[in-house]
Ligand binder design. Structure first.
Ligand SMILES: Cc1ncc(COP(=O)(O)O)c(C=O)c1O
Length: 129
């Protein structure tokens, strides 16, 4: 039976080129890039290069590229950084189809006194402005 996988936005098959590029890091280059020892230093240089290449691709500076460990951490970093850097802004606009990592934050922010507006989506999942 042929299987069709419809959840690629949650997790997807690794592209063979990515897999190939990552093999050295699974086999030999496994040091912690934050560590001072040689095994960490060699990984740190690859990480710097990757950060530079990604920045070039996005038209950003390397300092603007922040790696996170997961989607939830990314959500929290983006949301809480925005709130902390703009403390005068107390109105949050979100959609009705957010991941629970966002929904839980929105519930907390409501309790903290933020005004929240929710935008619905149409039958195709597009924001219904
Ligand atoms: C917007 C959003 N936040 C958080 C997550 C959860 O990601 P993780 O399990 O990597 O924390 C997902 C997963 O699909 C997501 O789409």
């Amino acid at each position: 039976m042929k299987t069709i996988y419809f959840d690629n936005n949650a997790t997807t098959q690794v592209d063979p080129l990515v897999f190939e590029a990552m093999v050295p890091f699974f086999k030999d280059l496994y040091g912690n890039p934050s560590s001072m020892h040689f095994k960490g230093g060699e990984v740190a240089s690859h990480l710097r290069l990757a950060r530079q290449r990604l920045a070039d691709l996005l038209g950003a500076t390397p300092e603007e590229i922040i790696y996170t460990s997961c989607g939830t951490e990314s959500d929290n970093a983006a949301l809480w950084t925005a709130l902390r850097t703009q403390p005068d802004k107390k109105h949050l606009i979100t959609s009705r189809v957010e991941h629970s990592a966002i929904v839980n934050n929105v519930s907390l922010l409501r309790r903290l006194g933020y005004r929240v507006s929710e935008i619905g989506v149409d039958g195709l999942g597009r924001l219904d402005m």
